[in-house]
Design a protein around this ligand. Structure first.
Ligand code: T5A
Length: 228
């Protein structure tokens, strides 16, 4: 696996698409910043982005789907809003960056939809998968790294930082436990998903992610890149 599969549109893909995933407070944003610094030091051209968001329309959708805690939203509405943002994200952010040979580092992508709207909200997984594929045109990341922390630890990190729960996280700890179980179940069946222990210091977790990338993409990141 090294990001060389042609996409279904027939355009050869030469970039690398890496996604960090996990429940709330798993440390995705922290780790993406550390990874970006590492890639910078290696001189690797890369792009940092997030979902839902990454485009003007995606950020507008994000403000509704996460920000409007006052709205009573059916899970199907939540799903299609997120997928609406994703279609723009794939067309306007991921595909151009991949075509330019860049590394795309994304904070969440389709695995979040399977974990949150599928396992968390209880929507039919097969239907969610089909809808996701329609929105993405079948584009899959080269690698998902799931940062795994117990729900209580993620929640405690967030509250220490004074961060409030968004509309989806407000569903509570039972919901977040289903999301975590979902990630772990998906990792059992999806070939491009790796789960990493996300407890420990940010530097320790960063080292685990670097080692994982070096292992998975030896042509991109030579073994001595870990020491940079
Ligand atoms: N969503 C998204 C769906 O439901 N379906 C979808 O398809 C998609 C794409 C997105 C929301 O949208 C939902 C899921 C989410 O509800 P988000 O912007 O990704 O939200 O926000 P969160 O996941 O809520 O992001 P958080 O900020 O909570 O988590 P992060 O980014 O994982 O964590 P981070 O790095 O901000 O760290 C949180 C705090 O912990 C500290 C940090 O300093 C910070 O204070 N921290 C650590 N503390 C101790 N040890 C460590 N190793 C630490 N690492 C970080």
């Amino acid at each position: 696996m090294d990001g060389k599969d042609p996409d279904p549109g027939g355009v050869p893909v030469s970039g690398l698409f890496v996604v960090l995933e996990g429940g709330e407070g798993a440390g995705k944003s922290t780790q993406i910043a550390l990874l970006s610094g590492w890639l910078e030091a290696l001189g690797v051209d890369h792009l940092v982005t997030r979902e839902p968001g990454g485009t003007a329309v995606g950020e507008a959708i994000r403000s509704v789907v996460l920000g409007r805690t006052d709205l009573d939203m059916p899970p199907e509405t939540e799903l299609f809003l997120i997928l609406g943002a994703r279609a723009a994200f794939v067309r306007d952010v991921v595909r151009p960056a991949m075509a330019a040979g860049r590394v795309v580092l994304a904070d969440r992508f389709a695995l979040s939809t399977m974990a949150y709207q599928g396992y968390g909200r209880g929507l039919d997984l097969h239907e969610v998968r089909k809808a996701v594929a329609f929105a993405t045109g079948g584009l899959e990341p080269d690698l998902y790294v799931v940062l795994d922390v117990p729900v209580e630890e993620g929640r405690s990190r967030q509250s220490h930082a004074g961060m409030s729960a968004d509309r989806i996280e407000s569903a509570g700890d039972g919901f977040m436990a289903k999301v975590r179980e979902g990630y772990l179940a998906l990792a059992e069946v999806e070939p491009n998903v790796r789960v990493l222990e996300a407890r420990g210091t940010p530097e320790e977790v960063h080292r685990r992610i670097r080692d994982c990338l070096i292992r998975e993409f030896p042509n991109r990141f030579p073994a001595d890149a870990g020491g940079v």
